[in-house]
Design a binder for this molecule. Structure first.
Ligand code: PXP
Length: 249
């Protein structure tokens, strides 16, 4: 039993809103419901193409999120400026490419150490907490430490993919899932030895999160798609019933 914090990533509430450029569903309401249900924080990802979260959302959420606001963004002057202005509790630096559907793996800090260090320096001088999203790789963790990061968020995507084929860790893919899990645990241990706080996320689900949560060093999870997917399904019946009642009235 661990007491890791859970930040709920509500990007896809904004994805539904942006599909219609409508006021609904409200991100503020979504964040409040997450907090009421026990979330320790809210995560949003401001992407270069603004396909879900908009700049204005950061300012609104900053005023309304009572727990902890973590904003994921790429390493660019534009984004760092926005972060320093919007003042979330934490900024997580992530890679970003124009073609991606979602973030594809961790940031390569080693190959752009000076750039990442410069961004982290600005964030920390501005009083913000700086995290970097990394593959569970010793070289990258060491680079993040050298760059002055206060936290690493370990990318769980490869582990999560492996569990899709693992069928409860007994079928095909089980060995790969176990290998990826081992990599995550080793990376978490190394990061903690550097004195870094350790988070994890990407592709985690109700079925695969528990094994990762056994790593005592991991103190925070950022989980979005699977929670929002489930929310759509568990909420659908009530939503239809309420519309049925309105039509019947
Ligand atoms: N952590 C980071 C750095 C991410 O980019 C994302 C996706 O935006 C997540 C966590 C959450 O991933 P998922 O939506 O698959 O739970």
């Amino acid at each position: 039993m661990t007491n890791s914090r859970l930040n709920v990533n509500i990007d896809h509430v904004a994805t539904v809103r942006q599909a219609r450029r409508a006021p609904e569903p409200s991100l503020v309401a979504a964040a409040m419901l997450c907090e009421q249900a026990g979330a320790d924080g809210i995560t949003v990802h401001l992407r270069a193409d603004r396909r879900h979260i908009q700049d204005a959302d950061l300012y609104t959420l900053r005023q309304t999120v009572n727990t902890y606001l973590n904003v994921e963004m790429n390493v660019s002057d534009e984004m760092i400026k926005i972060a320093l202005d919007a003042r979330p509790d934490a900024v997580t630096l992530v890679p970003e490419t124009a073609e991606e559907i979602t973030t594809e793996g961790g940031l390569d800090v080693r190959s752009q150490l000076e750039g990442v260090r410069g961004a982290i320096d600005q964030l920390r001088e501005g009083g913000l907490f700086a995290s970097v999203f990394l593959d569970p790789d010793a070289e990258q963790i060491t680079a993040a430490h050298e760059a002055g990061a206060q936290q690493v968020e370990l990318c769980t995507a490869l582990y999560a993919e492996a569990t899709l084929g693992a069928r409860g860790f007994h079928g095909q893919g089980a060995a790969r899932a176990a290998h990826e899990l081992q990599r995550l645990h080793e990376a978490a241990t190394l990061a903690a030895q550097y004195g870094l706080r350790v988070a994890a996320g990407h592709g985690l689900t109700y079925r695969n999160v528990a094994a990762v949560a056994r790593a005592q060093e991991i103190t925070e999870f950022n989980i979005g798609h699977n929670i929002i997917s489930r929310a759509v399904l568990v909420g659908l019946e009530r939503a239809v019933r309420e519309m049925r009642e309105e039509i019947n009235r």
